[in-house]
Design a protein around this ligand. Sequence first.
Ligand code: TYD
Length: 232
Amino acid sequence: MIPSLPFLSASSHLSSDAPSPAPGLLIVFEGMDGSGKSTQAKRLAGRLEGRGHPVLLTREPGGTSAGKKIREILLDPDLPLDPEAELFLFEADRVMHVKTVLLPALRSGKTVLSDRGSDATVAYQSFGAGLSREFVSALNRVALGGLVPDVTFLFDLPVAEMALRLRSRGDGPTRFELLGSDYFERVREGYLELARIHEGRTVVLDATSGPDLLEEQIFGELSRRYPERFVL
Ligand code: TYD
């Protein structure tokens, strides 16, 4: 019998023994604020679309209608949130995203590019904000229902460089940008530890490289991993 969570049934992206693989591919872009991952996700989406490849570009938080409202709460610097309340909001966003956006797109064969995913919650809420790793991972598991990325690109950036980039962006400081460099040092270390644990699916990129080089590295990596899907 299919479990009560319908999305546990059939996908190659589910970590359980999936009976019939879904044809899509889930690629997640992770890294620090200002690391250039959103630019690269957009570039890859444009490149694939230009070749007529079915692609969906999405994000966490904010990849659904409900998620956009959740995102507004999360990013409002005038709205202080308890770290656990914040965690639940990220996971609520993720539940909606997984069930209503990611799984349908993967089942229809699309290459899904997500600007952030569950590794961010471990890096920011556990390593950064100090919430229990087990607790965060348990909530991630519930929200994901077994979904795991096929490839995660981690844009690694020194915190000093991150601070410079955010300052030169010129927009007002967000709640995350107000957290200070120690917080972001821990986030960076968290991401790098996750990359070591999940080395099979994670590609660590030097985010200080120029955007054209990064674009070629990303496409080259995908072509090596999936030669039939991504022809150089
Ligand atoms: P956003 O403006 O999207 O930043 P970026 O463009 O750099 O991705 O803001 C998202 C913020 O939310 C970012 O600081 C990272 C943070 N975040 C978490 O703390 N936990 C999470 O699980 C996710 C997905 C994001």
